[in-house]
Design a protein around this ligand. Sequence first.
Ligand code: MG
Length: 300
Amino acid sequence: MKEAIAVYDQRMYSIIDPDVQLEKLADGAKHTEGPVYIPEDDSVIFSDVSGNKLFGWNARDGVSVIREPSEYQNGNYLDLSGRLVSCSHGQRAIIRREHNGEWIILCDRYQNNRLNSPNDLVVKSDGTIWFTDPPFGLTQPGEGYGGNQEQAGSFVFRFDPDTGEIDAVIKEMERPNGLAFSPDESILYVSDTSQVDHPQSHHYIRAYDLIDATELVNSRVFAVIEPGQPDGLRVDQQGNIFTSSADSVQIYAPDGTRWGKILVPEVVANLTFGGKDGRRLFITAGSSLYAINLKSINQS
Ligand code: MG
């Protein structure tokens, strides 16, 4: 039996059993991304960005199409009322699925200019939506409708859906992509995947301290990720960072020590915690959706 994990620090065994196997739940998509666990019906919703579809998966029925075309939807998350909030490359917007099923645009501009192509998002405990806005939906063929970049850079935004207020909270990154808060929301981790555009450029995760719930300070490189890119990431209840990479989901302690890898046979794009008992890790990679059981209990 092939080993499902690589271990660099014995503490990896507090996260996962060495004999656990990776399960392939679905395949046949073009580019899976943005998994979000839906506790209500024990399902996973995920995007096929370049396939221009939004999928749902559950253990009983397998895969179903939820939205087609999906306007090249990418990252997905649940808001505090259980509504799906998503990044739309095609609409260059943050969108939300209302309780009646209708999709609405929450925000598509910053300082009167169109957003680039929102990539990934998280909802903070105060209901604000934090999202990254690299231009991949404009620059990568088949990941959007193209178009001109109107923003002066690729920013990370904080958007308040109650007031409509939008602030650029990080302006220094080249291609911010995945993001996640620490469990107490004192640290925001953001991946930079500028290596996609420039081979000599970044493939790392930066960390920022959050003060007054709105301002990010103390910018630093948390970890350089290889092989490939750190695209989507999540933080577990203990504060460990689970990041995507070309060959695996890699697990880092909050002090930056790499504990190990969950090996995946396709390039990992994103991941989320879930399962009825909170012990499942769902992984979007290449054309597929995978899952593996963890020892620790987590919520995304
Ligand atoms: Mg991404």
